[in-house]
Design a binder for this molecule. Sequence first.
Ligand SMILES: [Zn+2]
Length: 217
Amino acid sequence: MSDPFSPELGRLIAGYRRFRENGWSSNRERWSSLSEGQQPQVMVIACSDSRVDPSQIFDVDPGEIFVVRNVAAMVPPFETTPGYHGVSAALEFAVQFLKVKEIVVMGHGMCGGCRAALTQEMRGFEPGQGGFVADWIALLDDAREQVASTHGTHGRPAERAMEQAGVKVSLNNLRTFPCIRSKERSGELKLTGAFFAISDGVLHMLDEGDGHFRPVA
Ligand SMILES: [Zn+2]
């Protein structure tokens, strides 16, 4: 009898079977220690884009990084308005309960969310038709003004500037969370900006001193 999966899901199930065969059994000890709890030291905030999987880029094992992925790797500002604050909940858990020592915000090249922020192509769309994306990336509006006035709104230089500015917006918003701000001050927590250039697969790190992203040697 053939599997009842769609071809798309079937590919994933085949991967799961390889994982059970190779990855799971050879690391059984590691999995069993993780079954009692996780102690990741680093939180990564990345884009949902299928090309930028933090575990793959940083080549880490299960249990090592606590990850939030969303459109354009955004962190909203600290807000206590009614609503479902998913990123804030993950941050709170990572910082206050897991006590991660480092938060990395990783933007990336060819980011559709950042491009939409730049072009405003989804502005005014209905929720479910692009409106949720438009609302979410309005987090980039202020940064967008600066990028657009320097680079315009189309082409790679403008897009890359928007992608890198987005990392800085998320870092600034992280610092609006009182628990993050105080732990950064006391040295318990470090915040770092990163950028993965899809074109050449090179990771860049942000120097907050001069605002430049430089390739990791
Ligand atoms: Zn993206």
